[in-house]
Write a protein that binds this ligand. Structure first.
Ligand SMILES: C[S@@+](CC[C@H](N)C(=O)[O-])C[C@H]1O[C@@H](n2cnc3c(N)ncnc32)[C@H](O)[C@@H]1O
Ligand SMILES: [Zn+2]
Length: 167
């Protein structure tokens, strides 16, 4: 599971905590990097999908691997204490802001739900320890197309402790 982030002081419900900063990359680049990423790499390219009332969908992909901030050390939890909200500041490209989803005590680990509530197929075992843990880290497979996904899945079978959701 690697590194994580703990708060040294109390944080009130609704307070801004930090940004999930990183390189804003295209869909194609996100796909390329996701395919190149190895199972033991502690990195998470996040895909944020915003649905407009008209049916249009805006997708933003943020990779904190090379350019980022403390946000890149935040682990996933199935019962998180932070909430991610896309915020626009003088730009159409959203910044991924993390706010306290409840009052947080000093020394608690700060976490957010990588899936944003969307449960796709998954691969890495989740070690968040919450009662409602779904057992796997969310993975946005829409980044990969069918053929690439199959190749990638076979690679992962040999390199990571995984099993499909149905078993
Ligand atoms: C954004 S990084 C978080 C910081 C990371 N733990 C580190 O040491 O750099 C995302 C990676 O951390 C690990 N991770 C985060 N949350 C996890 C969890 N609940 N269970 C297992 N591994 C987790 C996974 O390897 C994931 O790809
Ligand atoms: Zn979990």
């Amino acid at each position: 599971m690697g590194w994580g982030v703990r708060t040294l002081e109390k944080i009130s419900h609704g307070a801004f905590v930090c940004e999930y900063a990183g390189e804003v990359i295209s869909f194609e680049e996100a796909r390329r990097r996701q395919l190149a990423q190895r199972s033991e790499e502690n990195n998470y390219i996040i895909a944020v999908r915003e649905h407009a009332g008209t049916g249009s969908v805006t997708e933003t992909f943020v990779d904190p691997a090379q350019v980022g901030n403390v946000g890149r050390f935040l682990n996933h939890s199935c019962m998180p204490n932070l909430v991610m909200v896309p915020v626009r500041v003088h730009s159409v490209i959203p910044r991924l802001a993390l706010f306290a989803g409840r009052d947080i005590e000093a020394q608690e680990e700060l976490t957010f739900d990588y899936s944003g509530g969307y449960n796709g197929l998954q691969k890495k075992v989740c070690r968040c320890g919450s009662n409602n843990c779904t057992q796997f880290l969310p993975l946005d497979l829409s980044i990969l197309n069918q053929r690439q996904w199959w190749w990638w899945w076979k690679e992962w079978q040999s390199s990571v402790n995984w099993r499909p959701l149905s078993s």
